[in-house]
Structure formats: C-alpha cells, structure tokens
Design a protein around this ligand. Sequence first.
Ligand code: PMP
Length: 351
Amino acid sequence: MSGWEKYVRRVTPYTPGEQPKIKDKIKLNTNENPYPPSPKVEQAIKELEIDAMRMYPDPAVSDLVDAIANYYRVKPSQVFVGVGSDDVLAMSFMTFFNSDKPILFPDITYSFYDVWADVFRIPYETKALTDDFKICVEDYKTDNGGIIFPNPNAPTGAELPLEKVEEIIAANPDVTVIVDEAYVDFGAKSALPLVEKYDNLLVVQTMSKSRSMAGMRIGWAIGNEKMIGYLNDVKYSFNSYTMNRTSIAMGVAAMNDREYFEETTKKIVATRQKTKERLKKLGFVFPDSKSNFIFASHPKYEAKKLFEALKEAHIYVRYFDKPRINEYLRITIGTDEEMEKFFAFLEDYMS
Ligand code: PMP
C-alpha cells in the first residue's frame, strides 16, 4: 500500500441497477416510469435558448422551488431542490445526522443509506423488519441520532400507515426524522401534512419515478423553514450550482402538468393491480405493494436462477444477493404490453 493510501476515505460504493445498452429489452429493474415525461416537458426543451447556457444557472433554483411550493401549497422557503433525491438525501445526511448516537433505519431498505452513513462517518444501527417485511414502530423509540426510512419502503414496496409514521416522528422530537417518499405517488399516504405539526420532519420526494424524469435528476425536500435554511447552508458550502438550466426548465414544466402526472400514475396503479393478480395465480408471494414495483418470491423457483433466465431473454428485473431477500425479485411495473411479455416468459419457464 502506498503511503498516501493511508489517508484515503475508503468506502464500499452503492451499486446502481444495470442500465443495459442493448436496444430490444424489457427494463423492469430500476423502477423507472415506462411512460415518457409530460408533453409540456418536450415543449420546454424546445423553448430553451442555447445562448443562455453561457451563464450559470440560478443557484437558488427559484423557478423550480416556486413550482414545487405551489404544487404542494407550502412556502418556497420550505423547499430544497437537488440533483435527484439521492443528492437531497446525501445533503440531508450531512446536515442533520451529526450526533454521536447512531442513526436508525430498517435492515431491509434503500441500500444507499448505509453507504452515505459510511462515507460521512455517521454511526448507524439497523432495525430488523418483521418476517413479513413490516417496520416495528417500537424499534424507533430508543435513543438515536436521527431516523430515516422510505415510505413505501424499498425494495419491499410496503407502506407504513401514516399514523405509524407520525408515531415515529412524535416519539423523536430531538432528532431529525427523514421520510423518503420516492414512491409515494403510487397510492401511499404522504407525510407532507405533518410538516406543519412537527419541526423535526423532513419529507424527500423525486421526479424520477412518478414524473418519468429519472434522466433529469430532480429531487426535493420539504420541511420547516429553519431546516431548509440549514440544508441550503450546507449545499452552498459544497456546490452552489447543482441544478442545470435544462433540468430546471423541464422540472418546472413537469411539476405544472398535474393532469398528465395523475393520468400516468393511475395507469401504473392499474397495471400493478393486474400484475399482482397474475403473479398470485402463478404462485408468487409478495408484500402488498403501494409503489411502482413488486417484491416477489416463489416457493418453487430459485430467484437467482429466474433472474438470470429473464436476463437471458432480455427481460431485466432486480435481484439482491443479500441475506433475508435473496429469494426475491424486485419487478418494476412497466406498460401493459411489457408485463404481458414478462408473463409470457414466466408461464413458459414454469411449464
Ligand atoms: N430513495 C429511494 C427509496 C429510491 O429507491 C431511490 C431510487 N434509487 C431514490 C431515493 C433516489 O432516486 P433519485 O435520486 O432518482 O431521485
């Protein structure tokens, strides 16, 4: 080992889902939306002026902050925007999780949380989900340095009822509780109304899933003004120009098209319902999903083998080779046609 390597910040990085380059494929592995962004987003790109790219974007991202504040009926000073919710979450870890006590999150959850905790040297403790993948609220009533969990959870898709979310927030007034709502728009209840009631709550959302904009990298946090102020202080101490002009313009257009957003999320929820019924018929078991994916296991077929066979057929789903979940596949809800092909493969595989 070279001398300088002693001073390297070593981390085991997060592994994102595969983005295969091949053309003909069914991609159900990274919870993207199968529908294109709103036509208004396309219009917004056409209206972009190339000359404006000479200049830095607005560091305060005011247009997008205003559009989000307007949509959710909060003050612009309660909104923080970042490069995808991953950026918003990373900034939030840095800003709010600075206790010597461990932060808490579920053992089965978004696999970026432990990576951020490691990279920022934040002590953490995981709390085991029940065997049917439920969060035990009592586990979050111990002394801690902060709490984070997704709702619905990932990769299980299971929703924690809002009363229980509130119970966790109320039991922890002295630390920040972050509710990661990346998948909330597919039928779960948002904790946003609780922001008025609890000054320790930060709600994080994204345009990547329900607004079909994973490629533009737009996420946000909503909390009380003081919290957002602290987040901005950290952001401006790191990189002031996080959001580029194209993302800002497209984000505003997406946020303002409520009708298209409601229409596409409704379609996904309908396809999810049909998918659940067909999976059940084939003998799969899964926690009830309120997200745009289903976390399914089959008592007779090994998940890893099935994952590989699907991949061979250019159908991509997500498989995690980790304790407790290595017999499950996370299947993103695609279009009806994509799911049809997915089931045609499964029926053939199982016969
Ligand atoms: N939170 C959860 C639970 C997720 O699954 C994801 C998607 N990988 C994110 C946050 C981040 O999404 P994005 O950065 O695209 O907003």
